[in-house]
Ligand binder design. Structure first.
Ligand code: NAD
Length: 490
């Protein structure tokens, strides 16, 4: 990680051009527009094209037309193009950081070190995957040459949420393109700017027109036309569990394959044998990272009885000192929430916590910062286990703290919500680490740190957090199908 002080080029807000749709390799205007808002100031950043069902039709047609050519492009050539994307991302990192930070409210330090670097690494990783999209030979007891082919699916509808616009769109687009698919991407209406920036950048890297198309607009208006479009071969959705259920039902009606990366509400377990200083650092990182707008955040802290008072005391001491402020200040760790409605939801949960008898140990309200959608990192203790504040996904910088007396109770509490995306534990006992990791219902488990993610490590959910895996070689399974060919040698 480069020190923030060494990156002076990203300290000011960018001037952002009004957005257009990107269809068939061309920028396209729409009749209606909507505002992109800077969450740190509440002011309009620029305006965006409000896509319609007709625009979705045009984008899917362009993706269909481009499919045969891109699918037939040798994997090695697709790999070269994807690698050029990675190089361009690094070369233009300052510009990308500025746009993403202004649009989402991400601290520039976080955006540079995590979002932009991860995107470059994803394109590099998928560049390698593009060269290995192949099958296997199989032996069968008749004279034949039997083998499998891995084939791209066709046109992918990629729908992404507001919180990690760059990373989550790349997760889908880089893997889908590596496998030879074409894509229609619908970014979240709150945070669409980097999708447009990346569309231009992919074209510059040599991605042919129509291979990636971006339609901005509202899920309520263009979501269903895209999901149900007969020209779409697969739906790759990341977003809330509520919208995910709808996506799954439309996919079911139209018998389209679908992967669903949905909400989370991860438990973070601190056992009595944990290294307390390290554990408290990881706990804070896990709930304030990206202002808590992180599907894999750790908003539910479970602490062993023996350490409960110590850990709570350390949190009460440290959390008020986490720097909250302007994302363009390099010292900022927690920026604003990405939108007014997201902060309003967090405020409702904190109000609910007070009504349920919760004790506010740190934070609990808005900081004294002019404008913008800021909320203090907040720690709440003494809530009943069945409180909505514990059971539901808050998606903000809020930590609830519960206590446990045994390993069995810790696991039961951790698994005791409908979600199953991530989980983590702090322990110095290796046997416990293995035992508990195996029992936690989650797609990924971290031990003695949090949010260790890499393009090589698959992630995805269980239970209400969805199904399907992205990242890792497994991502190719999400974007290809296997065909068997048996040639008679008789
Ligand atoms: P959301 O479900 O409100 O929106 C996600 C996307 O779906 C947006 O692009 C939205 O426009 C679109 N959409 C809305 N209605 C639609 C419809 N009827 N048809 C098709 N598309 C529609 O989610 P959000 O508020 O943007 O993001 C936060 C949620 O995403 C949280 O629940 C978070 O946990 C989840 N998330 C999950 C992961 C993961 O990998 N599992 C990653 C990031 C975020």
């Amino acid at each position: 990680m480069t020190a923030v002080e060494e990156r002076p080029g990203i300290r000011s807000r960018p001037d952002v051009e009004p957005g257009q749709l990107f269809i068939g390799g061309r920028w396209t205007e729409t009749a209606d527009r909507f505002d992109a808002v800077d969450p740190a100031t509440g002011k309009t950043l620029t305006s965006l094209a409000r896509g319609s069902a007709a625009d979705v039709d045009a984008a899917v047609d362009a993706a269909r037309q481009a499919f045969d050519g891109w699918a037939a492009t040798p994997g090695r050539e697709r790999a070269r193009v994807l690698h050029r994307v990675a190089d361009l991302v690094r070369a233009r990192a300052d510009e990308i950081v500025a746009v993403e930070s202004a649009d989402v409210g991400k601290p520039v330090s976080l955006c540079r070190a995590v979002d932009v670097e991860t995107v470059a690494e994803q394109y590099e990783y998928c560049s390698a995957l593009a060269q290995g999209v192949d099958g296997a030979t199989r032996q069968i007891p008749i004279p034949s040459h039997a083998f499998t082919r891995r084939e791209p699916l066709g046109v992918i509808a990629a729908i992404t949420p507001f919180n990690f616009p760059l990373i989550l769109s790349t997760t889908k687009i880089a893997a889908a393109l590596a496998a030879g698919n074409t894509v229609v991407h619908k970014p979240a209406e709150d945070t669409s700017l980097s999708a447009l920036l990346m569309a231009g950048l992919l074209a510059e890297a040599g991605v042919p027109g129509g291979v990636l198309n971006v339609v901005t607009g509202f899920g309520s208006e263009i979501g269903d036309p895209l999901l149900a479009h007969p020209g779409v071969d697969k739906i790759a959705f990341t977003g809330s569990t509520a919208v995910g259920r709808h996506v799954a039902s439309v996919a079911g009606q139209h018998l389209k394959p679908v992967t669903l990366e949905l909400g989370g509400n991860a438990a973070h377990l601190v056992f009595a044998d944990a290294d307390v200083e390290q554990a408290v650092g990881a706990v804070i990182k896990a709930f304030v990272f990206n202002t808590g707008q992180f599907c894999m955040a750790g908003p539910r802290l479970l602490v062993a009885d023996a350490l409960y008072d110590t850990v709570l005391g350390a949190l009460a001491e440290a959390v008020p000192h986490v720097p909250v402020g302007d994302p363009f200040d390099p010292a900022t760790v927690v920026g604003p929430m990405a939108g007014e409605r997201h902060r309003a939801k967090v405020e409702q949960y904190v109000e609910q916590a007070r009504a349920d008898g919760g004790r506010i140990v740190a934070g609990g309200g808005r900081p004294a910062i002019e404008g913008g959608f800021f909320f203090q990192p907040t720690v709440i203790a003494d809530l009943p286990d069945d409180s909505r504040v514990i059971q539901e996904e808050i998606f903000g910088p809020v930590l609830t703290v519960q206590r446990f007396t045994s390993e069995d109770e810790a696991v039961a509490l951790a698994n005791g919500t409908p979600y199953g995306l991530a989980a983590g534990l702090q322990t110095t006992d290796l046997a416990r680490a293995h035992r508990v990791a195996a029992r936690l219902q989650a797609g990924i488990v971290w031990v003695n740190d949090w949010a260790m993610l890499d393009p090589a490590i698959p992630f995805g959910g269980v239970k209400d957090s969805g199904f399907g895996r992205e990242y890792g070689p497994e991502s190719l399974d999400s974007y290809t199908r296997t065909k068997s060919v048996v040639i008679s040698l008789a």
